[in-house]
Design a protein around this ligand. Structure first.
Ligand code: DGL
Length: 350
């Protein structure tokens, strides 16, 4: 055999040993929600969330396997109105294990939409990786006409394999849009286009399986976060009190009597309290219960030392965080400090 043929055969043998182009490794963690829901009839709105397991979700979208090497696990199977501290802590620890110890390229979490924004923000502050972590859900159950879950799941995997989604913190992927954990909010009770990105808008969108990023978050998150839940088995107790004309102080008093660690007020306007509620808040702060002023208004900041002298009362102003997000940050802040000024700094940074 001449030399040329020997070289050709040797080259072919070498190429045959090269690994096929490996697809990204993506882990899907299922927690329930409407994406796993079953309706009694395909046209009805009556349904139960958290009925379908992860494998059924994956079987409904075989096109996902064109994008990535996808495997899944079922953490819980609940309506997200039942999301709780125990699941949050398990989820954060599991995501960190998958990304930092099991060499996955990204994580997709299927989740109910009711509290998706809270879970996303909690993970934004506790995941220790710059790899994509994408939450996806649906507004219609898995067997409904026009079910939106399969497309949301496919798009979430497309985002999870996208280098453009690295380093953006935790994102939500709904209705072809990518929304960041700090600003994402569910705005409509039943519409598929329910999620919005607050005043700064969406982070990007998914089209034809490609992620297109329009802007990057400017708050601290994931690897830049000081919050670490790896050794925690419970979280501080923080409640939310809703403000309104002639508000009763009883809910605030109940949290004080139950020895909560913090109370967030969904106040009126720029985080203002009815006078009877204000008086209880001042006493609660003096007892060491951290008060955070937020607002029931859907947009706009709750400003520090505006109508309320926060410095005098040692209240914290939630700034750009709505009450449900302010609660998440206050819970984690209280794992680090009870100093109101230190906590206020966290609200300026995260
Ligand atoms: N039970 C609600 C939840 O799991 C349904 C809403 C949904 O997932 O779209 O959040």
């Amino acid at each position: 055999m001449n030399t040329f043929k020997k070289i050709a055969l040797l080259t072919a043998a070498l190429i045959a040993t090269l690994p096929l182009s490996a697809k990204p490794k993506i882990r899907i963690i299922a927690t329930g929600g409407t994406i796993a829901g079953i309706s009694t009839t395909s046209a009805s709105s009556a349904y139960t969330a958290g009925q379908v397991g992860i494998q059924t979700l994956l079987d409904a979208v075989p096109q996902i396997l064109d994008l990535a090497d996808v495997t899944g696990e079922q953490l819980v199977n609940i309506g997200s109105q039942d999301m709780n501290d125990e699941v949050w802590l398990k989820l954060a620890k599991r995501v960190n294990q998958i990304l930092n110890e099991e060499d996955y390229d990204g994580v997709v979490i299927t989740h109910g939409t009711d509290t998706m924004e809270e879970t996303a923000y909690f993970l934004n502050l506790t995941v220790k990786s710059d790899k994509p972590v994408i939450l996806a859900g649906s507004m219609r159950p898995s067997n409904a006409i026009g079910a939106d879950g399969p497309a949301n799941l496919y798009n979430a995997v497309a985002a999870a394999i996208s280098p453009a989604c690295k380093g953006l913190g935790v994102l939500c992927c709904m209705n072809n849009q990518l929304l960041d954990a700090k600003t994402v909010i569910k705005t409509h009770t039943i519409d598929c286009d329910t999620f919005e990105g607050g005043p700064s808008g969406i982070i990007g969108y998914i089209f034809n399986g490609q992620a297109h990023i329009l802007q990057t978050p400017n708050n601290k998150h994931t690897e830049d976060s000081v919050f670490d839940v790896s050794h925690l088995d419970k979280l501080p107790k923080v409640g939310i009190v809703y403000g309104y004309a002639n508000a009763s102080p009883l809910p605030m008093k109940a949290f004080v009597d139950a020895h909560f660690d913090g109370i967030v007020l969904a106040g009126v306007g720029d985080g203002n309290f009815y006078k009877d509620v204000f008086d209880v808040a001042v006493k609660a702060q003096k007892q060491g219960i951290q008060i955070v002023r937020s607002s029931r208004c859907p947009t706009g900041p709750t400003c520090l030392n505006s109508e309320v002298d926060d410095s005098k009362h040692h209240f914290v102003a939630s700034l750009d965080l709505n009450p449900q997000k302010a609660r998440v940050l206050l819970m984690l802040a209280l794992t680090k400090t009870h100093d109101w000024e230190e906590i206020q700094k966290f609200f300026m940074e995260y």
